[in-house]
Design a protein around this ligand. Sequence first.
Ligand code: FAD
Length: 454
Amino acid sequence: MKTICIIGGGFSGTITAIHLLQKSSVVTVKLINHTYPLVKGVAYSTLRREHLLNVPAGKMSAFAADPAHFTNWVMAKPEYSEFHSPSIAHAFLPRMIYGKYLDELSALHLKNERLEIIPSKAVDVKFSNGKYTVNTESHTTESDFLVLATGNFQPAPPKLQNPSALSSINYFSNPWTNDFIERLQPDESVLLIGSGLTMVDYVLSMTAAGFKGKIYSVSPRGYLPEGHSEQVAAYPDFLGELRGKSLQLVFSSIIAHVQKAMEQNIPWQAVIDSVRPHAKTVWMGFSRKDKQQFISHVRHIWGVARHRLPVDAHKKIRELMQAGQLEVIGGRLQALAGMNDSLEASIKLRKVQDVRTIKVSKIVNCTGPQINFNELNEPLVKSLLRQDLIAADELKMGIRALPSGNALNSKAEPVPRLYAVGSLLRGLMWETTAVPDLRVNAENVAAQIIGSID
Ligand SMILES: Cc1cc2nc3c(=O)[nH]c(=O)nc-3n(C[C@H](O)[C@H](O)[C@H](O)COP(=O)(O)OP(=O)(O)OC[C@H]3O[C@@H](n4cnc5c(N)ncnc54)[C@H](O)[C@@H]3O)c2cc1C
């Protein structure tokens, strides 16, 4: 028997555990998880019905080999009859329904005497004599293999001229708790830092709760996510034109295909959807310089085109903007003054060399998960970095690793029997944040581990 310890029991860690237990009878698994519910993690533990999946149901099966697993599950549930339709694969269902699917999945697959679930926070790892010792806040456990599946860390704090202002009780650093909505007054003014999907979740929750006040959103470019198309359409795959090509050629090729699609009345979204499954291959073919150029100049455009909103959510956001209740500002929050119910936020505007000051009662950090491992204030990450068991990715996105998921140290040497799954591999693979990628990632890491035992 070999023991595999997985740190992080969100979607990535739990699906890795399921594959390990299903495909090998000679492994025992220890799954360490804290803070968010097992398997559902941050994304699918929401109880708010207005929080929708941003990936169509047909792509959300937990298992790549059984693409209709999720939609079949929904279709078999009378309580979800409102979603029963021949076009369910294209629908954007509430994330809480996906959470129920994952709950059932884990109840079915995790009742296993070879699995131990440790509900505690891992804070330190040691590697000696070929064994990993993981210390959590309440346990010490040993294993032959270690899998890091730590997922979404809290957003990085904004870089302010006066960081001490972030200690205000009206600044909310973690967007994934209910504190803010519970303390919201119906007509105050609120600033959401960030203008991506988390910001949209907030705006939808606030307005669903009857909020009538002004909502500001600030992000460096002031871009909003685009919407999915109402028209269901597919565009032919053109990976052959993209594989191994430079950023410039890839960019021009995608633009040319968008033009061609629009001439044929095919929505541009279909072109992005045809590139999306190959993003990892295209990214891995870029030179380091191209990757840096992409991050500096193209990432935001790709982000709004790729992280799209369900049609109704997109409409609602546009209506709120037209009505003036939501205003998206392109710029950077640079300072905060005042500590109590009235905060003055100074924003350095992007287009004009000017600073705009707005008065708000509450501020929420919606900038998305922190992925720069050198800046994370997490004991586990610091312990792993200190011992050179992991090294921060040079693009500041996750950790260094081989395509197999095997972690690399700072000398680019594979670390024995230490693997990563999920968003830790962002620098290596770029697209490792959504279920269609994570399910493959988890299965591959499980196969690598089992292959190295046999
Ligand atoms: C708000 C939101 C909405 C999203 N919507 C979608 C969507 O519609 N479709 C889609 O495909 N993707 C969506 N995503 C992406 C989503 O992150 C992934 O689909 C998936 O849930 C990620 O799972 P994970 O296990 O990698 O990370 P997580 O879900 O973050 O799970 C990681 C787990 O590890 C735990 N952990 C971390 N460190 C430790 C430690 N030291 N010790 C013990 N436990 C630890 C965490 O507390 C957490 O429970 C969304 C993400 C967010 C944030």
